[in-house]
Design a protein around this ligand. Structure first.
Ligand SMILES: C[S@@+](CC[C@H](N)C(=O)[O-])C[C@H]1O[C@@H](n2cnc3c(N)ncnc32)[C@H](O)[C@@H]1O
Length: 306
């Protein structure tokens, strides 16, 4: 053991404004950085630190500078500048600083518990339904307000026997929660192959792999999985511009009496997205919000504006 080379890690830290959390997390993941965590104290949920771990040997200073530029590019569309990036060098065995250490069982809503797959179900949360999640490099640790908004809305939705479609499934957390809450079947898709893999693995961890089918792609891939059927419930937690682009395809995914839960948008993006959805025949309700994030509930409207 004494002869084995010591692996060290760069720990990147920055305190992002809420609007940037998601984009920065995606950017890190799209660059192949798999160890990413959002750290916060339960009593201060809005003061959050984004952390990422990079093997020291693969990330010399010029590579790290390029990474910071790539992150700065994510801030520009929001008219924001990137908060200062802090770098800390840590040895492999410094477990106290490692990413998994910051991930704790996380109660959500009235009845759910997001449980890191490597931890035991804590007795103080014995009454909660555990969702075992190992995020790998996919989005969906459940810490993001938009995921929480969707989970809380799922709890309040009648799901018994429902067929659910999860567009942009990330870690699969929403589809897995829907099944845990009584849905009989779920289909899911994501344009990110790592998310597709994570969803499959998390479905297996939760013992629902047979009820959850996942495909690589967007709305077309999801529709193909549905094999001519339409879902009772559509879940879609993606950024507002993508929701807007996907709006014409929701119809093919949901049965006429179906409900859609859409998140990933900021409160000030509600109005334009609402108008866009109404043009496609949807009645839209702002169902909940958290911080600056919104959750929309859509249903087929009687009156279609063309
Ligand atoms: C904000 S994450 C949501 C993940 C998970 N559903 C949750 O609620 O935590 C959005 C996911 O949508 C995926 N995505 C982005 N654009 C997409 C598109 N056009 N079609 C399908 N998935 C997309 C991303 O790869 C990412 O995994």
């Amino acid at each position: 053991m004494a002869d084995s080379p010591q692996l060290s890690w760069w720990r990147l830290e920055l305190d992002p404004p809420g609007e940037l959390e998601e984009s920065l997390t995606w950017r890190l993941e799209s660059l192949g950085i798999q160890r990413v965590a959002l750290r916060y104290k339960p009593e201060e949920p809005h003061r959050r630190t984004l952390q990422a771990w990079l093997p020291e040997a693969d990330w010399p200073s010029e590579e790290r500078e390029r990474l910071v530029v790539a992150l700065q590019d994510m801030a520009e569309p929001f008219g924001l500048s990137l908060p200062p990036v802090r770098w800390h060098l840590q040895p492999e065995e410094d477990w106290a600083l490692s990413w998994k250490q910051h991930w704790q069982p996380d109660p959500v809503g009235q009845s759910l518990l997001i449980l890191p797959a490597w931890l035991e179900h804590p007795p103080e949360h014995a009454g909660r339904q555990a969702l075992l999640i190992d995020p790998g490099s996919a989005f969906g640790t459940g810490s993001h307000p938009t995921t929480r908004l969707c989970l809380e809305a799922l709890e309040q939705t009648e799901l018994q026997g429902a067929l659910v479609a999860d567009l942009g499934c990330g870690s699969g957390i929403l589809a897995i929660a829907a099944l845990a809450l009584g849905a009989s079947e779920a289909t899911a898709s994501d344009t990110d192959t790592l998310a597709v893999r994570a969803t499959g693995e998390n479905a297996a961890l939760n013992g629902c792999a047979e009820q959850l089918q996942v495909a690589h792609g967007s709305a077309d891939a999801l529709q193909a999985l549905l094999q001519g059927r339409r879902a009772d419930l559509l879940l879609c937690n993606i950024l507002a511009p993508v929701l807007s682009e996907l709006a014409p395809q929701f119809d093919g995914l949901m049965q006429p009496a179906g409900v859609g839960l859409l998140s990933g948008l900021l409160l000030d993006q509600v109005e334009p997205l609402q108008q866009r959805l109404q043009q496609h025949g949807w009645a839209v309700e702002l169902a909940a919000d958290q911080g600056r994030w919104a959750l929309l509930r859509i249903q087929r409207s009687e009156r279609v504006i063309t």
